[in-house]
Design a protein around this ligand. Structure first.
Ligand SMILES: [Zn+2]
Ligand SMILES: [Zn+2]
Length: 266
């Protein structure tokens, strides 16, 4: 099976490699398609995202690469849209919707940049209660999906990245399952996101296997996403991720193919 990755960052945001280096790596690995998904502009934190005046260069470079490599690989211009972004989506092939921040009274707490920052939010704003954090994170994600209707739910349970949330806790799981139920009417495609495995924070992809099952039971589907920030992780852990889906009863994954989402049997 030829893999495709639709969650790929470049030097246009916080990735390490150019878009062209990534395309060449993906071709070398025999991939079907690569979709760029650099970070949307967020005024609350300009440190990692594309600036508004970079979008045109991003579109131009993606268009140039689509043309230059058209006989070797499909290339798409996506975007990882944060909850705190406002964008004109008409020029993007697809949108991944993600929550990266908790924002309280003008203070911005990144939740997936470092354990220390996430901990600071839980201590300062939730009185140390990680369940309150989970409730607020999922509330933001639900609102993002409801308001912006992205094509794909990005790293559904990224709040578990640093092990500060007990994923086995029953109350936590109920909060997360409720979020799935409330998101599915708006967005059906979730990422099976392997990015935190590459960064050695997790040993399984997002979402947690129990939540993955709940998504499948509710009629949701999965697309593979490496959430890669370099050219050597463009298809990281994709064989294993596909096997995980199979083991939990999935019979297909979703891919973006000639501009349309379609299913492939696994
Ligand atoms: Zn993200
Ligand atoms: Zn990402």
């Amino acid at each position: 099976m030829k893999f495709s990755n639709f969650h790929q960052h470049t030097i246009f945001s916080d990735g390490k490699n150019t878009a062209e280096q990534i395309v060449q790596s993906a071709i070398g690995r025999g991939m079907e398609a690569i979709g760029f998904s650099d970070h949307s502009y967020t005024s609350i934190d300009e440190s990692y995202c594309m600036m508004p005046d970079q979008y045109e260069a991003y579109f131009a470079e993606c268009a140039r690469l689509k043309e230059a490599y058209r006989d070797q690989i499909q290339i798409y211009t996506g975007l990882e849209m944060d909850y705190y972004s406002d964008i004109d989506r008409s020029k993007f092939d697809y949108i991944i919707g993600s929550v990266h921040y908790m924002y309280v009274n003008g203070i911005c707490y990144p939740i997936d940049h470092s354990a220390a920052q996430q901990k600071e939010y839980i201590q300062n704003e939730c009185g140390g209660d990680y369940l309150l954090f989970a409730k607020r994170y999922y509330d933001s994600l639900i609102k993002h999906m409801e308001k912006n209707r992205p094509d794909i739910v990005g790293h559904f349970d990224v709040l578990t990245k640093y092990g500060l949330v007990d994923e086995e806790n029953e109350t936590y799981q109920a909060i997360a399952r409720d979020a799935i139920d409330r998101i599915l009417p708006y967005v059906k495609i979730f990422e099976l996101n392997t990015g935190a495995i590459a960064r050695k924070c997790k040993t399984v992809p997002y979402p947690h296997p129990n939540l993955l099952c709940h998504i499948l039971e509710g009629g949701g589907e999965f697309i593979l996403g490496a959430d890669s920030h370099a050219s050597d992780t463009v298809d990281f852990y994709f064989n294993e991720a596909t096997e995980i889906l199979r083991q939990h009863g999935a019979d297909h994954i979703v891919t973006f193919d000639i501009g349309q989402f379609r299913r492939i049997d696994i």
